[in-house]
Design a binder for this molecule. Structure first.
Ligand SMILES: [Zn+2]
Ligand SMILES: [Zn+2]
Ligand SMILES: [Zn+2]
Length: 143
């Protein structure tokens, strides 16, 4: 007697409204408040996992999804957001090395001094020391 009366109040799943045998709590970033049944928990887990996969696992250039561990972070001067697959990274790097050979303003061969043009200059690629200084002197510092 009284042995079974202590059993918990029955709870209902926030999503499907069914009575829950084994309660699961949603994760913080799921935007669900309240308990879930095992089925809905698994469903939401899948949905949220896919969402995450979409943004983190894709190459920003070709859209391939080689998996998180096969993606490369682009170099800072490439001005790209996100991740690159290996082949896009290599291509980008090759193109970048070509760009680095000559000044993109005066076309002089670049050797020791190679600087990437600043974003705010209307110039892409790399500049020789002279051109870089000229651009730099044209840039009015913001006050
Ligand atoms: Zn449910
Ligand atoms: Zn790619
Ligand atoms: Zn130059």
């Amino acid at each position: 007697m009284g042995l079974f009366s202590s059993s918990k109040k029955k709870e209902f799943c926030t999503v499907c409204k069914k009575g829950i045998a084994r309660k699961s709590n949603p994760k913080k970033d799921w935007n669900v408040k309240g308990p879930l049944c095992a089925n809905c928990y698994v469903d939401l887990m899948k949905v949220n996992f896919d969402k995450k996969k979409d943004s983190d696992n894709k190459c920003v250039l070709c859209g391939k999804e080689p998996g998180t561990f096969n993606l490369w972070k682009p170099k800072k001067e490439w001005d790209l957001k996100g991740w690159l697959c290996e082949s896009c990274f290599n291509e980008r790097e090759k193109a970048d090395n070509e760009l680095k050979k000559n000044c993109s303003v005066c076309n002089a061969k670049l050797g020791f001094f190679v600087r990437h043009a600043k974003k705010e200059w209307d110039v892409t690629g790399y500049l020789c020391k002279n051109c870089w200084n000229i651009q730099e002197s044209k840039t009015i510092p913001k006050e």
